[in-house]
Structures are given as C-alpha cells and as structure tokens.
Write a protein that binds this ligand. Structure first.
Ligand code: GRF
Length: 211
C-alpha cells in the first residue's frame, strides 16, 4: 500500500508497547484545552501506555483542561500563577502537589509558563514537554505562526526533555507534517496536533525506557 507523505515523516507507533515494573505515575501540567491530556489518557485506557495519571495541575482557571480532567475523574489542582509573587514560588507549590500525588514523571502538555530550577531539580531527567515545531526551529511562543512566517514547507512537533532554557533539552521524538500553501495558523496547528496526540504517549514510553 502506498503511504501518504504524512505517514512517511511521522514515526510508526510501537506494535508492542513496553510494560514497566509498575505503571508510570504521571503528573500532567497544562494551561490550555487539554487535548494532549485526553490523548495520553486514551492511550492508557486502551492498554498501550502502561501508566496512570496521578494528578493534573493547571494554572489558568478558564482552561478547558480542567473540564476534561474532571470528566476523566482525575485529581485536578488549580495553581493560578497570578497568585504568586515569583515563578519559583509557583514551582514550589507545583512540586509539592506532584510529590503529594506520588508522581515520578512530569508531563508538560501545553504548559504555557517558563519553569525554574525549583521544578527541574525536583524531577531530574523526568520532565517532558511537547512543542508544536521541529525543534530547534521555532522555540518559544507562537511556534506555528513562526513556521508560517518563515515559509518552511515542513513543520511538526517535538517531545523533549525539559531543561532551563525554553524549549531546549534532548529530543525524545518528533513527527513532521507538510505545510500547505493555503495553511493558516489554525489549519497547520490542527495538522500538527493530530501528530502530537499520536506521538506523545509513545514518547513517554520511550523516555521511560531510557530512550
Ligand atoms: C499543544 O499544541 C502543544 O504543542 C503546545 O500547547 C498546545 C496544547 O494543546 N505546547 P492542548 O491543551 O493539549 O490541546
């Protein structure tokens, strides 16, 4: 069967997913709609990703992720950044919430705040992020708009380990999508998000295997 160009530039998912000694204990941090949270939860429910979501932390009272998380029956904690005098103070409370829920992998799924060494040092090598570009191209905010403005013909998404510099850190997995002439930020974002939902669960499994 002929593969579509999209299929050829997006990594195949595992045919056999790894089982760990115990399910991975995930703490998800999100600021937005929570579609990546839903994709990860779906992968767990279907028996692919051997994990459980211990807690969802979100920072924006209006974020749709709260509704999704509550519907999924997950412990859901609001830590509003506006209530904090510093990023470090916010991260201190995030660490407390994650530790209180016995989290061993931190999954940033659309967390739109810079994080500090308070968080990074509490979970060394165990924090992942997803970014809507092929890093190292287009780090930071409005990555999809940046890609369109640059006129690239390929973009995509990257799951990477989190380090202090924004959107840096070793890459775990990437998927690419074509950029089409008529694309807007909305259409390109939607194409990228389809790949985000595919690769994030697989990237979590890969990272947990040391990949
Ligand atoms: C994703 O596109 C991700 O790449 C970016 O934020 C978005 C979150 O989307 N960091 P959602 O909240 O998971 O729907």
């Amino acid at each position: 069967m002929l593969e579509t160009p999209e299929a050829m530039i997006s990594p195949p998912l595992p045919t056999v997913w790894p089982r760990f000694r115990q399910p991975l204990r995930l703490g998800v941090m999100a600021s937005g709609a929570g579609t990546n949270l839903a994709a990860i939860a779906q992968s767990i429910q279907s028996g692919q990703l051997h994990a459980q979501i211990q807690v969802v932390v979100y920072n924006n009272p209006q974020a749709g992720v709260a509704v999704r998380s509550t519907r999924l029956g997950l412990p859901t904690v609001l830590l509003n950044h506006r209530d904090y005098a510093s990023r470090e103070a916010l991260d201190g409370d995030i660490v407390q919430a994650l530790q209180a829920h016995d989290v061993d992998w931190v999954i940033m799924a659309g967390w739109l705040r810079c994080v500090t060494s308070v968080l990074i040092d509490a979970f060394p090598q165990r924090i992942l992020n997803i970014h809507p570009s092929l890093l190292p191209s287009f780090p930071g905010l409005k990555a999809v708009e940046q890609a369109l403005a640059a006129g690239v013909t390929l973009s995509g998404c990257t799951v990477h380990h989190v380090e202090l510099a924004v959107d840096s850190g070793p890459v775990v997995m990437q998927a690419a999508v074509p950029v089409q002439m008529q694309d807007t930020a909305v259409t390109l974002q939607a194409r990228i998000q389809t790949q985000e939902h595919r690769i994030y669960p697989a990237a979590i499994a890969l990272a947990a295997m040391g990949g």
